[in-house]
Design a protein around this ligand. Structure first.
Ligand SMILES: [Zn+2]
Length: 292
């Protein structure tokens, strides 16, 4: 587990899973052997499994400590959840709470849980089942959710034809937090405190947001699923499947990449492989990732 120091903050990645998953060509229709050859020197082994032609994806949280607060950013898939079409994240049985504790963030030490968006793989540990009821996993935390995301998934969840939203995780991992009065629903742009700003970056989900941390002259951007893979830094028009609005996702990706490049911020995505965080630079051709 690597702890990154940034200004007065520390940032630690807590892994839930890190696996070769879907065929690259299935995820990215633009994928070609020519592109594979051009990027082969960095793709394997951290971002691509050449034997199966599979892209590697991590599912992890970021633990941010700043100003005496312990903040959990995105809460992964959770254990024992059945996710049709997602075999890599179905029926998990990980020791994620112990991993959090090893990162200096026991469940009772977390002050704030912030979700970049409300997809199933970002809300999973928000709640636990106790006596047949879904209750907050983090007994002392408030939760920050995007209001436009909450409203969109709530509407979907209530629709008898479309619901339950996000394979049931909306009503298991999001709604009980709001009903317990533990959630702050925010609409960006919004300044949470002197160090954290919430920036809208919709398209992957209707209310997807990015968290921007500033400490002294240092910055970090927790970008969730603005991009899933470093190939999308070179090719920002490449979308990952499951966007609420594909064109909006492209606009947000370019906007966030531009912000990362101009600010020099440390970029902490939700699914990119090792070393999991890095910087964005530009050259004549466009954006270039500097991850490790
Ligand atoms: Zn995700």
């Amino acid at each position: 587990m690597t702890m990154i120091s940034l200004g007065k903050a520390t940032i630690t990645r807590v892994e839930e899973t890190y696996l070769p998953t879907y065929p690259a060509k299935q995820i990215f229709p633009e994928w070609s052997e020519e592109i594979n050859a051009r990027h082969a020197h960095w793709l394997a082994p951290h971002h691509y499994e050449p034997n199966g032609g599979l892209i590697k994806l991590s599912v992890h949280s970021w633990v941010l400590k700043i100003g005496g607060k312990t903040i959990l950013i995105d809460s992964c898939c959770g254990n024992a959840k059945i996710k049709p079409g997602r075999p890599f994240w179905t029926n998990l049985n990980t020791d994620y709470p112990e991993r959090l504790a090893a990162a200096g963030a026991r469940v009772d030490e977390i002050d704030l849980v912030m979700c970049t968006h409300l997809h199933h793989d970002h809300v999973g540990w928000n709640t636990l089942q106790r006596d047949g009821k879904w209750v907050p996993t983090f007994p002392n935390a408030r939760y920050v959710f995007s209001k436009p995301d909450f409203e969109a998934f709530h509407a979907l969840d209530k629709d008898p034809e479309e619901g339950p939203a996000e394979m049931g995780t909306f009503r298991e991992c999001v709604l009980p937090i709001v009903e317990a009065g533990r959630a702050d629903l925010v609409t960006g742009p919004h300044r949470l405190d002197e160090t954290i700003e919430i920036i809208p970056a919709p398209g992957h989900s209707p209310g997807h947001v990015v968290f921007r941390l500033t400490s002294g002259s240092e910055e970090a951007l927790f970008i969730g699923d603005v991009f899933h893979h470093l190939l999308q830094v070179f090719y920002p028009h490449w979308n990952f499947p499951k966007n609420s609005d594909a064109e909006e996702a492209r606009v947000s990706r370019r906007k966030v990449l531009g912000l990362a490049a101009s600010s020099g911020a440390l970029v902490c995505p939700g699914h990119v492989g090792a070393p999991f965080a890095g910087r964005i630079e530009t050259d004549a051709a466009g954006f270039v990732p500097r991850f490790g």
